[in-house]
Design a protein around this ligand. Structure first.
Ligand code: DQA
Length: 144
């Protein structure tokens, strides 16, 4: 099984960006945790980060021919990008949404995710573990 992990805007600054909310691990360190979990699950994983909406849409489109599933943290796009929501709905492969922080407990504008509705499920609030849980869920779901 091949999974693509897409990190959205501003996640390249993990570690220095509001560590009280997003934690102190860098994106490279988060990707290492994901790689270890993937190895345990017997899943092959690639991680990419894009700041642009169009780049994320293209990554979702391209994933459909080379990956069996996607884990995505659309960052702030989660709250208003109908274009990314449409991209997720446009491909057949399963996609799981992830958030480091618990968006349900944050500012009003973050409580809604317009992209999550197009995904098969979402994991929010567990820091880097959110990615690991999403990967595990995706692997199990795809196995069944
Ligand atoms: C985030 C939550 C979003 O509201 C925010 O804009 C992010 C990160 C998270 O992982 O908690 O960039 O997606």
């Amino acid at each position: 099984m091949r999974v693509l992990v897409i990190h959205g805007p501003n996640l390249n600054l993990l570690g220095e960006r509001q560590p009280e909310i997003y934690g102190s691990l860098t994106l490279a360190e988060v990707n290492e945790l994901i790689a270890v979990a993937a190895r345990d699950l017997g899943v092959s994983v690639d991680c990419v980060q894009h700041n642009g909406e169009g780049e994320i849409i293209n990554a979702i489109h391209d994933a459909r021919s080379s990956y069996d599933g996607v884990v995505i943290n659309p960052g702030a796009f989660s709250h208003y990008s109908y274009a990314i929501a449409d991209a997720i709905s446009s491909v057949q492969i399963p996609i799981v949404e992830v958030h480091l922080s618990n968006i349900a407990g944050r500012e009003a504008h973050r409580r809604i995710s317009v992209t999550a509705a197009s995904c098969i499920g979402s994991v929010s609030g567990f820091g880097p573990l959110s990615y690991v849980l999403a990967l595990r869920a995706l692997a199990q779901k795809t196995e069944n």
